[in-house]
Write a protein that binds this ligand. Structure first.
Ligand SMILES: [Mn+2]
Length: 569
């Protein structure tokens, strides 16, 4: 059972504080008006980005002199949005044969080397290499550290290179002009590749007395969300707020429509992360990135519809494949230590992280999903793959502290590892010493504790507004709700594995993707209790569910808790 932990409040409550005011104080939000409607002044001066002037002017020169401009996408969702943003922005200014985008595929790795015939590795899917007649190569969202390949492109192919990026720069790259929020003193270090492109477009606008950069703010926004950049950062909040309200890319609109996302109140960072980013990521996982790029850059609605349907199908296929892999993974995983390990060479690199994440949630412990590397004689020499932690356990640091891994790279909770084959057992034993049962208990943080009688409809609407822009740096608000009396527990269709616990105040407690035994103790308690009074206490997200009852011809509005956990009182 997970621990329920209350977040400390950043500012002290006063007696008259409403629920929403208290919530703002817990989260350190000072001005609710600005929080819900981030003002223009949150945008930082684009000229504060080193080299942005030079980059914008080089692009303008190419536009004016009819040079051939080629944009290289990176093989992830942000990379796709960054590329489509740059391409769509430049398209009205440039002859069709003077502008092109190119891409690699995920199985071939990141960076400009993957689209350079001299360096490219083999892999799957179609790769569009740098054309020989390119004059200006604009690389978005990758390649800051691809020095060798940049040298080749610049010196051997005679192509000027601009790199618009947000990743950390590890080495000097004198062969490209770079604009990157990690360079210099630019205060917002959490821009995405797509948002960096949008900043460059603003400067081009400036020089050309135009104002079209905001035409691609939707793409900047979805890239920011997909790359899980901080939504706590004021500049990012401004971009996301306006981007979500101004989605006009017809490919994106069609994908949203076919994914059954209502463009009105529905649209939030959560809907984007659950419906849109995975559809784009499925293309890259299956080495079909060209679909996503075509969707976002085409203006042929028939073609767009066809692609959007195919992407949704691909995403369904990805989900099905993922659950098959997870099922088989669960039957074979080594679950004898405090960190679970699965070695499986069949799981593609695009799936290892997903499977590890699923193992964490099913086994309630950190998990490694690894591939075995063999030498010429077929002896396993090392393992490499994905690691995922549980709760706030700093698993990456723990791996480093064992001094057994060749590397652990990425975030504390989600990262890549490599270890020599003969050291894996020692590492598992070390984990058992370094991680105790206490660490393995999940933790659920909640913001406020409420009695069900305190919650009114107006509060519900205000609380929901907090969830519109939530994510990295500002998780969705959670509440501990007391005093709920259970009416019934229904299973709403076994396939969907959704469970609904109805309470007598009209509140419904929902849990998605659980097995059918979830909350069985409530059913048993209902059967045992002669008064049919079972009281529960829950932790979860408060949300309003609206649906049209066509038979009765009316809109049904119910308050619900999206459950993280419950207790019978
Ligand atoms: Mn990125």
């Amino acid at each position: 059972m997970a621990k329920w932990l209350k977040r400390d409040t950043k500012h002290a409550f006063v007696k008259r504080d409403s629920i929403v005011e208290k919530l703002a104080k817990v989260r350190g939000v000072k001005d609710l008006g600005e929080w819900f409607n981030p003002p223009e002044r949150y945008l930082l001066d684009p000229y504060g980005l080193e080299n942005i002037d030079e980059v914008a002017q080089r692009i303008i020169k190419a536009v004016h002199t009819g040079e051939k401009i080629v944009i290289m996408a990176d093989v992830d969702a942000d990379g796709v949005f960054a590329c489509a943003g740059m391409f769509n922005y430049l398209k009205p200014m440039v002859e069709a044969d003077r502008l092109q985008y190119i891409h690699s595929q995920r199985s071939r790795g990141h960076g400009v080397e993957t689209v350079t015939t001299k360096f490219a590795r083999s892999g799957n899917g179609v790769v569009e290499y740098i054309p020989d007649d390119t004059d200006l190569l604009i690389i978005v969202d990758s390649s800051a550290n691809s020095v060798e390949a940049c040298k080749y492109v610049k010196e051997e192919m005679g192509i000027d290179i601009l790199i618009i990026d947000h990743h950390h720069i590890e080495m000097d790259n004198p062969y490209a002009t770079m604009v990157n929020c990690q360079m210099g003193n630019y205060p917002n270090k959490y821009l995405s590749g797509s948002a960096m492109v949008w900043k460059v477009c603003h400067v081009i606008d400036d020089y050309m007395a135009d104002d079209r950069a905001d035409d691609v703010i939707d793409l900047a926004t979805i890239g920011l969300i997909s790359d899980m950049m901080s939504v706590r950062e004021n500049e990012n909040r401004h971009i996301i707020h306006h981007g979500l309200a101004n989605i006009n890319n017809i490919g994106l609109l069609q994908l949203l429509k076919l994914s059954k996302v209502d463009l009105g109140e529905d649209i939030s960072t959560t809907t984007i992360s659950f419906k849109i980013s995975p559809a784009i990521n499925s293309c890259t996982r299956y080495d079909r990135i060209e679909l996503a790029l075509e969707l976002l850059t085409s203006d042929d609605i028939d073609e767009i519809t066809m692609i959007a349907k195919e992407m949704i199908k691909l995403n369904e296929q990805r989900k099905a494949e993922e659950s098959t892999i997870v099922e088989s993974a669960l039957s074979r995983v080594d679950n004898n230590h405090n960190v679970a390990v699965l070695v499986d060479n069949e799981i593609g690199s695009g799936f290892r992280g997903l499977v590890a994440m699923q193992l964490v949630s099913k086994l309630n412990k950190p998990s490694l999903v690894l591939k075995a590397f063999e030498d010429e004689d077929g002896n396993v020499t090392k393992y490499g793959g994905s690691a995922r932690s549980i709760g706030n356990l700093p698993l990456k640091s723990i791996c480093e502290d064992t001094r057994l891994f060749n590397f652990a790279q990425g975030h504390e909770g989600a990262f890549g590892v490599e270890i020599d084959a003969d050291k894996l057992d020692d590492a598992l034993k070390k984990f058992d010493e370094m991680i105790d049962d206490e660490d393995l208990q999940g933790e659920i943080y909640y913001d406020l504790e409420l009695d069900e009688s305190e919650i009114n409809d107006m509060d519900m609407r205000e609380i929901e507004k907090f969830s519109r822009i939530a994510g990295q740096g500002f998780p969705v608000p959670k509440f501990r709700v007391k005093g709920l009396v259970v009416d019934s527990r229904d299973v709403l269709g076994k396939d969907k594995r959704t469970i609904k616990i109805s309470c007598d105040n009209g509140m419904a407690c929902m849990m998605f993707r659980v097995d059918e035994n979830y909350a069985m103790d409530i059913v048993e308690a209902l059967e045992d209790d002669e008064t049919f009074m079972v009281e529960i206490e829950v932790v979860g997200q408060l949300s309003i569910n609206k649906f049209m009852n066509w038979k009765a011809r009316k809109l049904v509005v119910t308050n619900q808790v999206l459950l993280d956990d419950y207790k019978i009182v």
